[in-house]
Design a protein around this ligand. Structure first.
Ligand code: KG4
Ligand code: ZN
Length: 355
């Protein structure tokens, strides 16, 4: 680590995690996260207003915790990065407002960054500079996308995304059907270990010949979720017990199969040798194993950050900020807006006419 590399503070509030990360160069110094997930559990999904309020309460304490963990003070910070979108509008606003306040008070540049690009950037903290071009597959409760990353600091293209539910959302909804707690990914992953992934042939969305013509790199998980719910209902109606482990394993297999097949197809089509997987669902043990297996067979290098870096956090935002500073990219204006549907082509938010 070079002592004169800039110290970047990153703030993330796009969903239910208040994350503050501190990065110098490629080195992670702090990754403080306060989650409001427990407050959403009884609703079976994230409630935007509850998340915004929780961000407001957690923001300043989480910044202080990150500074303490890194052993630095606010005056050491050289730049501030914040998730400007995509995400929940009210939740994003809390982070963007806080970042603006710190930027103004400290007189340091502000980078409003793209949440999806930040999920890609975080991997550099664990595995070093990202070979470019790379394909990134981001799968979480809020998004499922395939990206072509030619340049992490400015040239990211969306190849496809979910046309209905996100992958993590499907895990959460299927867990509910099976009587497992929210968020559903971890308990399904656990239950699936005792089950047979071939027990039930659940549908693989958007993989038929006609779908592939129009949606080669898009995903659909809503049909799969409905198929699982129907299968479970039929069992319950006939008075038979529901084999939770087999349903979980078969569902998880369907998700992992489609995700890995499409990601590798994207690598092949674009002649890319590096696949990166991020987002909360990247913690899934079957997805990781199947991706490793299929990538090895296809001669593709697989990069998956450790689970704590896969889920939403501030380190990912600081990591992207650090790359932007190093590349000499211009900061965002202090009146930058939060944009709940910020396209991934906008890695860093530039000034906007009329705003
Ligand atoms: O990235 P994340 O923390 O937040 C966003 O949604 O942006 O992802 C949370 C999602 C939830 O839907 C959760 O069920 C899923 O990631 N998840 C998993 C696993 N761990 C978390 N899904 C499958 N298997 C897991 N082990
Ligand atoms: Zn995310």
């Amino acid at each position: 680590m070079m002592a004169d590399e800039p110290l970047v503070l990153g703030i993330e509030t796009s969903c239910d995690e208040t994350g503050v990360g501190i990065v110098r160069g490629y080195t992670l110094l702090a990754d403080a996260v306060a989650s409001s997930v427990d407050q959403h559990a009884r609703f079976g999904g994230v409630v935007p207003e509850v998340a915004s309020r929780a961000h407001l309460e957690a923001m300043v304490p989480t910044v202080h915790r990150a500074l303490d963990d890194a052993g630095v003070t606010l005056s050491d910070v050289d730049a501030i990065a914040v998730t400007a979108g995509p995400g929940l509008a009210g939740a994003l606003l809390v982070g963007v407002a806080a970042a603006k306040a710190y930027s103004l008070a400290l007189g340091k540049p502000l980078y409003g960054v793209n949440h999806l690009a930040a999920h890609v950037a975080v991997d550099t903290l664990e595995h070093g500079p990202l070979p470019e071009p790379a394909i990134a597959m981001l799968v979480s409760g809020g998004h499922s996308s395939l990206l072509l990353v030619d340049d992490l600091t400015g040239d990211v293209e969306s190849l496809g995304a979910t046309i209905d539910d996100a992958a993590g959302e499907a895990f959460d909804k299927v867990a509910r059907v099976l009587g497992l707690p929210f968020p559903g990914g971890p308990p399904i992953d656990k239950a699936a270990r005792e089950g047979d992934p071939a027990a039930i042939g659940f549908p693989r969305g958007l993989t038929g010949p006609r779908d592939l013509a129009e949606h080669r790199f898009d995903f659909s998980f809503s049909g799969l979720k409905t198929a699982v719910a129907r299968w479970v209902e039929t069992r319950q109606r006939s008075g038979e017990p529901v084999p939770v482990a087999d349903v979980a394993a078969s569902f998880q297999e369907a998700v992992a199969d489609v995700l890995t097949a499409k990601a590798i197809d994207a690598c092949r089509k674009h002649g890319v040798e590096t696949l990166l997987i991020g987002g909360g669902v990247a913690a899934n043990s079957r997805l990781r194993a199947l991706a490793a297996d299929r990538c090895e067979k296809a001669g593709i290098q697989l990069r998956v950050p450790r689970p704590k870096l896969c889920t939403d956090n501030g380190a990912m935002v600081a990591a992207l900020g650090s790359r932007l500073v190093a590349a000499g990219i211009a900061p965002s204006p202090l009146d930058l807006p939060a944009d709940s549907s910020l396209p991934v082509t906008e890695v860093v938010m530039a000034g906007r006419v009329g705003v």
